[in-house]
Write a protein that binds this ligand. Sequence first.
Ligand SMILES: [Zn+2]
Length: 321
Amino acid sequence: MKTSRKSGAYRLLVTMAIVIMLIIVLAEVVWIIRNSSSDTKTDGTDLTADQTGTDQSGEQAAEADLAAEWNTKVKAAVKEYNTYNGENATRIPVLTYHMVVTDEKKSSYKYSHTGAAELAVSKSTFEEQMKWLKDRGYRTINCMELYLWHEGKIKLPKESVLITFDDGAIGVATNALPILKKYKTKATIFIVGSRTKGKESGTISYNRVQKIKREYSNIEFQSHTYNLHKNVKHNDKAYNKVLKDVRKQDEYFDFNFLAYPYGHNFEEMRNAYIDSGIIKMAFTYDKEGGTYATIDQDLYQIERIKVNANESFSKFTSWFE
Ligand SMILES: [Zn+2]
């Protein structure tokens, strides 16, 4: 009896021990399985989340940097123009140039007789115009200053002018730039992003854009589309096409302003630029001559004046009467 009771108790003890061990093993197995699946999750989902997080925070940081840079520039401009207590300009001439060529080239057949003639201003004419503006006390401004004036954030003197160049022709760097430097003139070059890639030929390359920016801070580069210089057709695909193009250009360099190629624009196009959040103001262009920029104009249809190389010097100065 004693033995069987003993062995009964012993068996119970062993059984309990086995059950406990089984529970421990089972718990451990469950723990391992759960842990390994959560590991997979960590490695998979969490990593993606991490990457997305990094991308997002990277992008957000870049956007925050740009926003901070913009705000700093706005503050500086507002501070600079705060000291101006004169009459606010009611209209501002935004001059549009295309090419500035040497006088020898200007007198050649192509630049004096063909369609390019009215777009190609000779170096000496360009200097005459810049000198005249300087002598008359004209203040050259940049796109941001025009924008702040349009938005009522700053006042601009009556003698203000914005000088712009479309297409980024190489002659702007080789012929106009030394003159702009000489008269300490501010100017804006609207470039077609895709044309600045690769070997430099007729238009300013991306490397030269960077070089000019380092050398002369009074020059700014803004957008003339990335690769939509040909007329964008007015159809239901236009909105997405324009939005895609402006985002592509944004990957390439920083800008806030745009000149429509040939001044051509329509509602879907303007909406794409507004919705992009990148373009703050856009300029038109009128082959017939154009007119002044005013506060009443639509922010995405700011008028410019075409500088026609075939017209007289008095026609040029008449814009400043
Ligand atoms: Zn153009």
